[in-house]
Design a protein around this ligand. Structure first.
Ligand code: GDP
Ligand code: MN
Length: 352
């Protein structure tokens, strides 16, 4: 079933599988996992799964990051499971801590209030550091900044299908900046002032925004009223395959700093998923954002499962397409398809 793609030219149409690099050379890319020592066992299962489904054929490196030092056992039991090189990094005070302009007492009161209102993770201080780190810092960590692309993984996620092409190669060959698999709506209570902060940023930095109304603008995926309000749509960022260069660009850094200066990561509970997704929808072209429709994926409690029967079997998927979140009423994927004028099969990386 590979003969046609192996013998065709290196040109990629939207349906062609990229020709594998010669001699097992890889893209300049790595997996990245922010994780606690206590999550070792859930992580090992996921590592085994990701290696089995994809990485044993490619041997991409793994970068593990933690706000505390990794234990020797953590290092041994992860390095021993994966095929690629492993790197273990610790975070500094700047990327996991309070910036000096944040009023920590005001932040504490906000946590108390959100806990009383039973907002998910509303009372958690570490969750806020985590979301701020994932929003603005992981891609600047010295262990990661040298790569062109990252694939974010979390403990306990599952990959349901074989991935028998190299997603990093697809990212480079198609000049993609952001890849995702599931989309959903955010809890409004966690982001009361996020959109007004984004609007101030847009007014101050129109040069970073894909012009509204341009055919390449993805803005209508995140707003139903031309930018007046945010419709809460975001890519579920526990899975991401993205461009590190894009996140390190002036546009993204200006955006992150505008958000960070407002203190909303601490006074509210802004998640990295809406933060990344709003950036992608405002600052990237439609053609730079790819739905990895064919990467079967599970993060509790939702899954993405491709639907084409022939494809499901060929890629040895173990998921149930009827459970796939992409057609759920709470998914934002139908709106993504509408705005981009595409159908799911347009995103298959294959030549069937
Ligand atoms: P959820 O997916 O929003 O429920 O959040 P998770 O608990 O899965 O956290 C997201 C990611 O950040 C996971 O990879 C966690 O392992 C990691 N993470 C969350 N909190 C911390 C923390 O305090 N320290 C470290 N080192 N990792 C964390
Ligand atoms: Mn998670």
């Amino acid at each position: 079933r590979f003969s046609s793609s192996y013998s065709s030219s290196s040109q990629t149409s939207s349906h062609s599988k990229p020709k594998p690099n010669l001699n097992g050379t890889r893209e300049n890319a790595a997996f990245v996992v922010l994780v606690r020592n206590s999550e070792l066992n859930g992580l090992r299962e996921t590592l085994q799964n990701a290696e089995d489904r994809f990485n044993r054929k490619y041997n991409y490196p793994w970068v593990f990051l933690n706000d505390e030092p990794f234990t020797d056992q953590f290092k041994e039991w992860t390095a021993g499971l994966v095929s690629g090189e492993t790197f273990y990094g610790i975070l500094d005070q700047q990327s996991w801590g309070y910036p000096d302009w944040v009023d920590q007492e005001k932040a504490r009161l906000a946590r108390e209030d959100m806990a009383n209102r039973n907002i998910i993770y509303g009372g958690s201080e570490s969750y806020r550091h985590m979301c701020r780190f994932q929003s603005g810092f992981f891609f600047r960590h010295p262990l990661l900044a040298k790569y062109d692309y990252y694939w974010r993984v979390e403990p306990n996620v599952k990959f349901y299908c074989d991935v028998d092409y190299d997603p990093f190669q697809v990212m480079r060959e198609r000049d993609l900046k952001y890849g995702w698999t599931l989309s959903i709506k955010e809890y409004a209570e966690t982001i009361p002032t996020l959109w007004s902060t984004v609007k101030s940023f847009m007014a101050e930095h129109p040069e970073h925004i894909v012009p509204k109304g341009s055919p390449e603008s993805l803005m209508d995926w995140i707003t139903d009223d031309g930018g007046e309000t945010y419709n809460l749509c975001h890519f579920w960022s526990n899975f991401e395959i993205g461009s590190i260069k894009w996140l390190n660009s002036k546009a993204y850094i200006d955006y992150f700093e505008a958000l960070d200066k407002s203190g909303g990561f601490f006074y509210e509970r802004w998640g990295d998923a809406p933060v990344h997704s709003i950036a992608a929808a405002l600052m990237l072209k439609k053609s730079e954002v790819h739905w990895f429709y064919d990467i079967g994926y599970f993060h509790n409690p939702y899954s993405q499962c491709p639907r084409e029967p022939a494809w499901l079997a060929a890629e040895k998927c173990s998921c149930d397409p009827q459970e796939s979140f992409d057609t759920h009423w709470y998914s934002c994927t139908p709106q993504f398809l509408k705005v981009t004028g595409k159908k799911p099969t347009d995103f298959l990386i294959t030549e069937r």
